[in-house]
Design a protein around this ligand. Structure first.
Ligand code: FES
Length: 127
């Protein structure tokens, strides 16, 4: 049997990612790429009353990137924009039960896409 590099929680979010897709008429969209591998993620947010009411993503990347994006969307849904901004890739890695060290950078992409989406939203609001 081959040793799996990922734990069962990561595998679950990789094989059955939550919140995959796009949001028509999204209030904010953020993109980020990983310079080390060329992968990318695009994130869509629906925002009402300063709160993320829906989130979807598309990630072209490895298992760790897809699992991180999936967990990120689960962790930010329903939160205020301030709370969303405070969620870090480290917290996402912890929620996933850990990633192999060489794969930690893959989780940064989702965090950057979220922050870019929030920045885009803020500039649209004139803030
Ligand atoms: Fe590219 Fe993981 S190797 S995001």
């Amino acid at each position: 049997m081959v040793d799996a590099p990922y734990n069962s929680k990561v595998m679950d979010h990789f094989m059955n990612p939550r919140n995959v897709g796009e949001i028509e008429g999204a209030d904010a969209i953020g993109e980020a790429g990983s310079p080390s591998c060329g992968d990318m993620t695009r994130l869509y947010l629906k925002i009402e009353d300063n709160r993320v009411v829906d989130v979807k993503f598309r990630t072209f990347g490895c298992g760790a990137a897809i699992a991180s994006s999936s967990m990120f969307t689960e962790m930010i849904k329903g939160k205020t924009l301030e709370e969303v901004r405070a969620v870090t890739n480290r917290q996402v890695c912890e929620a996933l039960g850990g990633l192999p060290t060489a794969k930690i950078h893959c989780s940064v992409m989702a965090e950057q896409a979220v922050k870019t989406a929030l920045d885009n939203y803020a500039s649209k609001q004139g803030g």
